[in-house]
Design a protein around this ligand. Structure first.
Ligand code: UTP
Length: 287
């Protein structure tokens, strides 16, 4: 079955980026001249998604404005004869069909995804977290979709994480089926390193059968008093085996300040117009 819908939750509080996120969502932080969320939407489209549901919260208006038409700006660029920028701006608002649903309160990632239930309409769907950028020729979401189509199993993207960081991830216990695929045995939300069943963590990309929504509905608030997606996945795994897929690609968790700075440096070094000046600057830094 084809996967055409994606849920992108962007309703979190972004406390790690305060005070910037007091009036601006962390998903709108720019990696040079493009907000993080733009990269995430591009990945979804490149993976075959044509219907995106953003789960938004307060002070997320700028995301809606970003993907909307901007007649004043377009007129201004037309008058100035700046065709290049005009095209860039117009392309953004015609990228894909986008719907917005509000999560009334930031009650956790599981709760955010559940908000999309009506729109999902019993179809399998993808979830992309709005603050993870993953760089690879074959998009991470497409890798998951292909795996879903091959095995018919809900599939979550995973990668090895440093043991001292298990407390930031959903950590899996799995049975290795081949070099990049696990059958999930368990998943634990944010365990301390000594309690972690492995160092394989779930990152912000998933493909689910619609039954995940009923499973989330059955869960009660877990770690951090939030409705956790991890608890929903655990229930789903009891009913229908979930797979975990070691994706190929370089991931930046831009919700984390160090990772955000690394993303900017790496993207600048890949940018033809900037790379020489940035290299010169970095080489000249006295440490
Ligand atoms: P995070 O835990 O990374 O986001 O959630 P956060 O809570 O905004 O970040 P910090 O820790 O306070 O800095 C992962 C994703 O889930 C969304 C976030 O927007 C992010 O994309 N989310 C989280 C929601 O949409 N709703 C929630 O209630 C919680």
């Amino acid at each position: 079955m084809e996967i055409k819908k994606a849920v992108i939750p962007v309703a979190g509080m972004g406390t790690r980026f305060l005070p910037a996120t007091k009036s601006m969502p962390k998903e709108m932080l720019p990696i040079i001249d493009k907000p993080v969320i733009h990269y995430v939407v591009e990945e979804a489209i490149a993976s075959g998604i044509d219907d995106i549901i953003f789960i938004t919260g307060r002070s997320k208006r700028s995301i809606e404005d970003y993907f909307d038409d901007s007649p004043e700006l377009e007129n201004h660029l037309k008058k100035k004869g700046n065709e290049k920028l005009l095209k860039i701006v117009q392309d953004i608002s015609s990228m894909v069909d986008i719907h917005y649903i509000r999560q009334k309160e930031a009650r956790g990632l599981g709760d955010a995804i559940l908000t999309a239930k009506k729109h999902i309409n019993e179809e399998p769907f993808a979830v992309l977290l709005g603050d993870d950028i993953i760089v690879n020729d074959k998009p991470c979401t497409k890798q998951l979709i292909d795996n879903f189509q091959k095995y018919g199993r809900s599939t979550i993207a995973v990668e090895e994480v440093p043991l001292e960081k298990t407390g930031s991830y959903g950590i899996i216990k799995g049975q290795l089926l081949n070099e990049s695929l696990y059958a999930l045995e368990d998943i634990v939300e944010k365990p301390a390193p000594e309690d972690a069943p492995s160092n394989i963590g779930a990152i912000g990309r998933y493909v689910f059968t619609p039954e995940i929504l009923d499973c989330i509905k059955e869960t009660t608030a877990g770690v951090g008093n939030e409705i956790q997606l991890t608890d929903g996945i655990r229930l789903l795994n009891e009913e229908q085996k979930v797979y975990a897929y070691k994706f190929t690609g370089k991931r930046y968790d831009t919700g984390d300040k160090v990772e955000y700075v690394k993303a900017i440096i790496d993207f600048a070094l890949c940018n033809e117009e900037m790379k020489d000046q940035i290299k010169e600057h970095i080489t000249g830094i006295k440490l």
